[in-house]
Write a protein of this length. Structure first.
Length: 266
């Protein structure tokens, strides 16, 4: 009986050993199959990461991208400038009761008819400036998208006109159209700003407080007047001269962007 049990134990041990051996083989085989796949997958991931990193730096160094980012930053400053130059009767220090400076709430609650008229003109001027900035921003974006600054090409009207032949007619018309809208919106804003400055000046000096009244009034008026002078100098050019409204020193776009360039002349 003991001999039989021994034989059974031996048989079971052999089976366990066989199963264990088969399991090891199977694991080794699985490892052999999986390892090349995992290495290849890692290579793909690394390649994708390198490609994404390269694309990011290429995008960051792209002329169009840098110009658009610069335009956004300058636009934020311009919005501050238009607020200061439009709402003169609200932001210039004025005298209220008991020889104190009027707060913003005091100014908004004034019942004086002349003040209400001035505040209405302030609002109209502000809205006209926003319209001008809308055309300015759209024009700048199209210039950045369609054209580029090429220091190796001439900047005169005729040469830029020759380069525009490599741009589709629809895009050329869009540039000229936005340039015209920007010009006329600037002229309308100039007229409104002039009226606003005169009316606001009368109101402010009717409620004169101290030297701060004069200082802030002149600063706010000059702040916006310089912008309008820039607008005039940007658009008062020949048809194919496109100056940037945001890039300093009036950078001129004088060539077609390679991405928008036609293979043949129109």
């Amino acid at each position: 009986m003991n001999t039989d049990i021994s034989n059974v134990v031996v048989d079971i041990s052999n089976v366990v050993v066989d199963i264990s051996n088969n399991s090891e083989v199977t694991n080794e085989t699985q490892l052999t199959i999986d390892t090349p796949f995992n290495n290849h997958d890692k290579e793909l991931v690394l390649n994708n990461e390198n490609e994404n990193e390269s694309n990011f730096f290429d995008k960051f160094n792209d002329q169009d991208f840098k110009q658009k980012m610069n335009s956004v930053l300058i636009l934020l400053f311009e919005l501050y400038r238009v607020l200061m130059g439009s709402f003169i009767v609200l932001l210039v220090p004025q005298e209220c009761d008991n020889n104190t400076v009027c707060s913003l709430d005091d100014n908004l609650n004034k019942n004086d008819d002349l003040f209400k008229t001035g505040l209405s003109i302030n609002m109209i001027t502000f809205l006209l400036f926003l319209l001008m900035y809308a055309f300015e921003t759209k024009r700048e974006n199209k210039l950045i998208t369609y054209l580029e600054v090429n220091k190796f090409e001439e900047f005169d009207n005729d040469n830029v006109g020759d380069k525009l032949q490599f741009l589709s007619q629809d895009r050329c018309e869009k540039l000229w159209e936005l340039d015209m809208y920007y010009k006329y919106s600037g002229l309308v804003s100039l007229g409104s700003f002039s009226i606003n400055s005169v009316i606001s000046g009368i109101i402010v000096y009717d409620n004169y407080y101290d030297s701060k009244t004069t200082t802030v009034f002149i600063t706010n008026v000059l702040f916006m007047a310089l912008k309008l002078y820039d607008v005039y100098s940007i658009v008062n050019t020949k048809k194919n001269i496109f100056y940037s409204a945001y890039l300093k020193n009036h950078v001129q776009y004088n060539d077609v962007d390679p991405d928008k360039r036609l293979d043949t002349v129109k």
